[in-house]
Design a protein around this ligand. Structure first.
Ligand code: 0X9
Ligand code: ZN
Length: 423
């Protein structure tokens, strides 16, 4: 072999198949950090601005824990800074890789034991494990076929890697009814979100006592808006967040779809670096997935009255704006409906959510789907629902509980739409 090819091969091996960098999980530490002063919090925020630091949860609220993953290489320096600034912290695990493997193994065991698999049976029952995308597709197709009086399934477009983006419409029929739009999975690694969306579908479709919920109001549910990223978290890298599109002139992949919507795009809390976790893309709606949502919403914007986008984690019910700390005009209404929704959600198991605007509760970040739906597309209500976590996501045994309690909140939004828009 001549020298040129030898060097080329070494280069390709060193770079990985496409040169993508993922913060290595081996020896990665999981920090739970509590800031007591605004100075500590702003220092912590600056520490997260590092490709070897992954932020799973970080809020503006002093005294509330932040969950941060730090690679083995970086962790002792990270820890020393926390010590120097007397920032309280504990290490939840110092081997994230092990926890990730364990989580995947447990999920697979539950899948193998699930009646869906053992009985080789398609059903409208909710998933008791985190499904792969093809399993969601089978589920959706099954519903469309077996509950065709109330369920219709459409494609709103295809993902970068050509996966179908589905919307499940649950309706008793008739035109121009007010609609509630729910999407999930914009962020790939937030596995609980698609499962919670599908749990709501299951409740609406199979529970006879829920038929009143779609008598006068249509439900539009997009269970996974970023299937490429979702699949990648199952097959390659558990903490993938972005889409899987190719960035011209960079070996780094993907855009943060929740920084890619066209309202004050890139003004705050988004990066112009394609390697960043919060890369906003080369232009608004550069991603086929966000563009598909935009086109779908604009085709239905007269009827979409409320929008819920499911994320994880932290137990927050966030309303606009994400680009400014100013509150929207309809803040009193956003807040009061959210308070009723949070009370309903807490009823079954006591789960508590924090309510407020994205900027004031979490951080300022422009280009989110919630801001665009309310500020441009004209939805009356718009929320980001940060579902509960576990070590990363809740264990499969919790999927149903999260589904049950979140559905209670969904009912409150439905009730608001019915009372406000149906005469
Ligand atoms: O940062 C986000 O995109 C969301 N949090 S997450 O941990 N799931 O990544 C919050 C988005 C809140 N909405 C806006 N900033 N517009
Ligand atoms: Zn998210």
């Amino acid at each position: 072999m001549n020298m040129f090819y030898f060097i080329l091969i070494i280069f390709i091996i060193a770079a990985g198949s496409n040169g993508e960098y993922h913060p290595p999980l081996k020896g990665m530490q999981y920090f739970s950090i509590t800031c007591k002063t605004p100075e500590q919090l702003s220092l912590l925020r600056s520490l997260t601005n590092n490709p070897n630091v992954l932020t799973l949860k970080l809020s503006q609220i002093l005294g509330e824990s932040a969950d941060i993953l730090v690679t083995a290489d970086e962790s002792s320096q990270f820890k020393n800074i926390l010590l120097l600034y007397k920032i309280d912290h504990t290490i939840i695990t110092d081997d994230v890789e092990h926890v990730v493997h364990e989580e995947a193994l447990k999920n697979n065991i539950v899948r193998m034991q699930s009646s869906r698999i053992t009985l080789n049976k398609l059903s409208a029952e909710p998933f008791d494990y985190y499904p792969r995308y093809h399993e969601m597709e089978e589920y959706i197709t099954f519903l469309a076929k077996n509950y065709s009086e109330i369920v219709s399934v459409d494609s709103i477009g295809t993902s970068f890697q050509n996966r179908t983006l589905y919307v499940i419409k649950i309706s008793s029929g008739g035109d121009n009814k007010p609609q509630i739009l729910i999407d999930a999975g914009i962020h790939a690694r937030e596995w609980i979100a698609p499962s919670t969306a599908l749990y709501a579908v299951h409740q609406l479709v199979t529970n006879q006592s829920n038929t009143y919920l779609y008598k006068n109001v249509d439900w539009l549910i997009i269970p996974s808006l970023n299937p490429d990223g979702y699949e990648y978290t199952h097959s390659n890298y558990r903490f993938w967040r972005k889409t899987r599109s190719i960035n011209k002139g960079s070996t780094c992949i993907g855009t943060d779809a929740n920084r890619n919507f066209d309202l004050k795009w890139m003004t705050v809390g988004a990066s112009s670096n394609p390697c960043s976790e919060t890369y906003g893309g080369p232009k608004p709606f550069s991603e086929v997935e966000t563009l598909a949502l935009k086109d779908y919403v604009m085709a239905n914007n007269k009827t979409i009255k409320a929008y819920l986008t499911l994320h994880s984690y932290g137990q927050y019910l966030l309303h606009p704006w994400g680009y400014t700390s100013d509150l929207p005009e309809n803040e009193p209404e956003l807040r009061s409906v959210a308070e009723r929704a949070a009370a309903a959600l807490a009823a079954p198991f006591g789960t508590r959510y924090t309510i407020g605007s994205s900027t004031n509760v979490l951080y300022a970040a422009a280009g989110g789907s919630d801001d665009w739906l309310m500020g441009v597309a004209g939805a009356n209500l718009s929320y980001t629902v940060e579902l509960p976590g576990g070590r990363f996501d809740p264990p499969p045994s919790r999927i149903e509980f999260v589904g049950i309690e979140t559905f209670e909140a969904f009912k409150v939004f439905q009730e608001y739409i019915e009372k406000t828009f149906v005469n």
